[in-house]
Design a protein around this ligand. Structure first.
Ligand code: BES
Ligand code: ZN
Ligand code: ZN
Length: 487
């Protein structure tokens, strides 16, 4: 689907379906008011995402009207428009309309916020139009809305452009993350990254097992020991060799996490194909940053492995030496993400970036602490944290900062090595994991985003279908935009 701006008055919209978004109690525009005869019968009150629909019976250029409620004015947030646009596009698809027009509500929005609102609408529409149908063989049952027009008399094309970049980059990540582990092997992801690099003129290197051995990236090597697939470290770079401030993103790329010898229970184990979300969503960030032509340099490090039990797999009790020379006692092979991140973070720190952000489906404990509505953030830098918090509000990929006090680090000290990969007290699992990572970033300003629990949705959402969410793509891109501005 494409989103386009249609610079016109509402009365000029001649698509079959027009959608109007209204605050609770707000006076509807003149051109739709005359079709509201059924409002009482449909019990429409303007509550958030409540809908009212009516045929216009040839009394207007458009044939069918959908009103989507935005709720109370004092509670309004941009994400409500993102959701409402999602509802509109899904409604159009359910009616098999090829086109849908969405009216930009402008009377309650300050002029300087209009672009952001248009961006949110474009994002909601494009995110909701995404479907993962690759493996459905009955193609005749599938229907796609072709075009969504945003109808406005204002000059808001830039909002459409930005919304399209952000949402399409996120959809790119969702599509790749959804690929199952028999398809999305480390090699397959590396090939996808190469295609991305070609399309957006990024520099790319892919390090295989031999190179990783020479580098002594033993965390990555140890985790992949049980797998038939070669571990790979993907290094992407945007604006290589240019004189811009450097930022670094590290993404956990576990193509399948069975737990290894410390094997996971089989219920829901299939969800561990999403354990590569951090790496895959990092690719989406590169796609967005390159299209936005941000004046920064960006290095992405994505260790890609599969965590499997086998006769050659690493075992509980093994002691390994990470890339930075620290020794780790592997007490649980299911705490594998931190082992591959240990190497990647230490490598990232060597590049001396302004700051480094990692994204990882690191701990199941996130579901317990924050549920499915926030990313857990851990950071050694307040300014970076604040940039991510602000970007989280704007993108509705919200982050919540948790503490990283030294007491948590104490719990990761091993009897026989420098560190152990799990704390033996079953408390604050997400924080102790972050405290472990902290040992590999040195003095680099760093934020760790634990996206477990939010990297996929299991239940209906107004603009995200069940499956991979691509979370972090819009968040980190928006944060980089603001960090670049401050430089
Ligand atoms: N990939 C998992 C974390 C995860 C669990 C993500 C559920 C999404 C949903 C990670 O590698 C893991 O297994 N972590 C362990 C750590 C434990 C052994 C200390 C966990 O969370 O149970
Ligand atoms: Zn695991
Ligand atoms: Zn994992």
């Amino acid at each position: 689907m494409k989103v386009e701006l249609k610079k016109a008055h509402l009365s000029e919209a001649k698509e079959n379906l027009i959608c109007v978004f209204l605050m609770q109690g707000e006076e509807p525009p003149y051109d739709v008011k005359r079709f509201l005869h059924d409002v009482k019968k449909q019990r429409y009150e303007g509550k958030l995402l409540q809908t009212y629909s009516a045929d216009t019976r040839n009394d207007a250029k458009f044939k069918h009207l959908l009103i989507v409620g935005l709720g109370k004015k004092e509670e309004f947030r941009a994400d409500f428009l993102r959701r409402a646009a999602g509802v509109a596009v899904r409604y159009a698809a359910s009616r098999k309309e090829n086109e849908v027009a969405m009216h930009l509500p402008s009377n309650f929005i300050a002029r300087n916020e209009l672009l952001g609102m248009v961006q949110a609408m474009a994002e909601g529409a494009l995110l909701a139009s995404y479907k993962f149908n690759e493996y459905k063989t009955k193609k005749e049952d599938l229907f796609d809305v072709v075009k969504a027009h945003i109808v406005s008399e204002e000059d808001v094309a830039e909002g459409v452009r930005l919304g399209t970049i952000y949402a399409e980059s996120q959809n790119y990540s969702r599509r790749l993350d959804e690929q199952p582990a028999n398809v999305a092997t480390p090699r397959m992801v590396a090939e996808a990254a190469k295609r991305l690099a070609r399309e957006y003129s990024l520099s790319i290197s892919v390090f295989g097992r031999d190179r990783l051995r020479k580098m002594k990236a033993n965390g990555i090597l140890a985790v992949s020991m049980g797998s038939a697939h070669e571990p790979l470290l993907i290094r992407l770079e945007y604006n290589r060799g240019k004189h811009y401030p450097l930022y670094c993103i590290v993404g956990k790329g576990v193509c399948f996490d069975s737990g290894g010898i410390s094997i996971k229970p089989s219920a829901n184990m299939h969800e561990m194909k999403y354990d590569k979300s951090g790496a895959i969503n990092t690719l989406g960030i590169f796609m967005a940053v390159a299209q936005l032509k941000l004046p920064i340099r960006l290095v992405g490090l994505m260790p890609m492995v599969e965590n499997m039990p086998s006769g050659t797999a690493q075992k509980p009790g093994d002691i390994i030496t990470a890339y930075n020379g620290k020794t780790i006692e592997v007490l649980n092979t299911d705490a594998e993400g931190r082992l591959i991140l240990a190497d990647a973070l230490a490598l990232g720190a060597e590049e001396k970036p302004e700051c480094m952000i990692d994204m990882a489906t690191l701990t199941g404990a996130m579901v317990v602490s924050l549920g499915r509505h926030a990313i857990g953030m851990f950071s050694n830098d307040d300014a970076l944290s604040d940039a991510l918090i602000v970007a989280g509000e704007a993108t509705h990929e919200r982050v919540w900062r948790l503490p990283l006090w030294p007491e948590y680090g104490e719990l990761m000290k091993s009897d026989f090595a420098d560190m152990k990969n799990i704390s033996e007290v079953p408390e604050a699992g997400s924080i102790t994991a972050a405290a472990f990572l902290k040992e590999f970033v040195g003095e680099t300003k760093w934020a760790h985003l634990d996206i477990a629990a939010v990297d996929m949705v299991k239940w209906p959402h107004p603009y995200l279908d069940k499956g991979a969410t691509g979370i972090g793509v819009r968040l980190v891109t928006a944060a980089l935009v603001s960090l670049a501005k401050k430089k």
